[in-house]
Design a protein around this ligand. Structure first.
Ligand SMILES: NC(=O)c1ccc[n+]([C@@H]2O[C@H](COP(=O)([O-])OP(=O)(O)OC[C@H]3O[C@@H](n4cnc5c(N)ncnc54)[C@H](O)[C@@H]3O)[C@@H](O)[C@H]2O)c1
Length: 357
């Protein structure tokens, strides 16, 4: 199916209610179902469709296969006044990460900084929703996770590290938007290859190698092969960094031991590393915000290269997409809607509501 295949529009509230109902039907508590649904729909709103509600069929398959516990509740343990740990208890990664960021924010409000590791968790989708949780509380943040093997270490020929995203953020000022960096250490997130497969599209040749080590544009063959790191050894080192902080430090799986969201064989045992930082530790909040305004204006007002119409701040393209989709609805292709409705039918839940034009 080409990029311009007809799209079906869904309002974000309807997408959220639909996903919440599917999850509750599998035994997830109303609160946790709401956290998962909001995070997935936020990804679709921001144009990160690779980590949106289309992940639901694979998450539900993991529940059906007994490798993810829908009823698990994250358990928080305080370690020092500014450090805590969450045990995800093999439940969804979303409530575990939400609980960790909530604790980190609370510690940062009192002590300026809060650091929480999460162990025995699962995939938490798009990292930016956790960065947003911090921004909504007026906090800067670091959000790291590890993930299943997909990428070779530099010089290696087999998958060892995850395509583990590095995310961080800072609130903006009166005349700027928040800074939100959320990037995989690979040329593209693996979820973008799954999205191309769902949509019957080809992928650019610089994203992945097939199992023989050749550049490949077929998403199915790419998923059997290797993801390519950004910047050669530097991208592979960033993936190792995510494993050090999220896996080794937390007590979760590491060094290739994490199971991915499409793997039905074992619990994910994913680890996360989450830090919240109060932005007015070294100056007044007003001054911090004014300095963010200066940074933003200098970045987006920078001299443009030939052929460039506009310069964006990290997170800005996603914010603009969100503003549009909040108004117009989220576009899906028929195959995606069909896969979601098949789950609804199986679980006795109403089908997803579409915008009828
Ligand atoms: N949970 C997991 O295990 C997992 C694994 C991999 C990726 N992911 C998610 O996949 C998503 C996509 O990752 P990605 O690396 O493909 O992202 P991406 O390449 O689309 O964007 C990376 C960053 O670059 C910024 N950016 C992109 N284009 C820009 C431009 N023209 N000007 C200025 N800034 C720009 C974006 O705002 C973003 O912060 C992320 O949300 C990530 O969290 C999750």
């Amino acid at each position: 199916m080409p990029e311009d295949a007809p799209k079906i529009l869904v309002r974000h509230q309807d997408a959220e209610a639909f996903v919440g109902a599917l999850l509750e039907a599998t035994g997830v508590s109303r609160r946790n179902a709401g956290i998962v649904a909001r995070a997935l729909v936020q990804a679709d709103l921001r144009g990160v469709e690779s980590h949106g509600i289309n992940r639901i069929p694979s998450y539900l398959a993991r529940i059906q296969n007994g490798v993810l516990d829908p009823k698990a509740e994250p358990q928080l343990t305080s370690v020092t006044p500014v450090v805590a740990q969450v045990n995800g208890n093999n439940g969804f990664g979303f409530p575990a990460a939400h609980c960790a960021m909530e604790a980190a924010i609370s510690m940062a409000q009192t002590f300026g900084i809060g650091m929480v590791t999460v162990k025995h968790s699962n995939h938490f989708g798009m990292s930016a929703w956790i960065v947003r949780q911090a921004i909504d509380a007026g906090m800067m943040s670091l959000v790291f996770t590890n993930s299943s093997p997909a990428l070779p270490v530099w010089g290696g020929k087999s998958r060892l590290m995850g395509v583990s995203p590095i995310a961080c953020g800072a609130p903006g000022g009166e005349n700027s938007i928040p800074f939100i960096l959320d990037m995989a250490p690979s040329v593209a997130a693996r979820g973008k290859i799954h999205k191309a497969l769902r949509r019957g599209e080809k992928i650019p040749l610089d994203w992945a190698l097939d199992k023989h080590g050749r550049p490949i544009d077929d998403p199915e063959e790419a998923l059997k092969g290797l993801m390519l790191p950004i910047g050669g050894p530097k991208g592979s080192a960033l993936a190792i960094m995510m494993d050090v902080f999220s896996g080794v430090l937390s007590g979760s799986a590491f060094a290739g031991g994490v199971a991915g969201p499409y793997d039905m064989s074992k619990p994910g045992d994913v680890g996360h590393f989450i830090v919240a930082i109060k932005p007015d530790l070294f100056m007044s909040l007003d001054e911090f915000r004014q300095r963010m305004d200066v940074l933003y204006q200098r970045v987006v007002g920078s001299d443009k290269m030939e052929g460039v119409d506009r310069i964006y701040f990290p997170g800005e393209i996603e914010q603009l997409t969100e503003e549009k989709r909040l108004e117009e609805g989220i576009p899906f292709v028929q195959a995606e809607v069909d896969a979601l409705n098949a789950e609804a039918e199986r679980l006795g839940v109403a089908k997803i509501r579409q915008i009828v034009s």
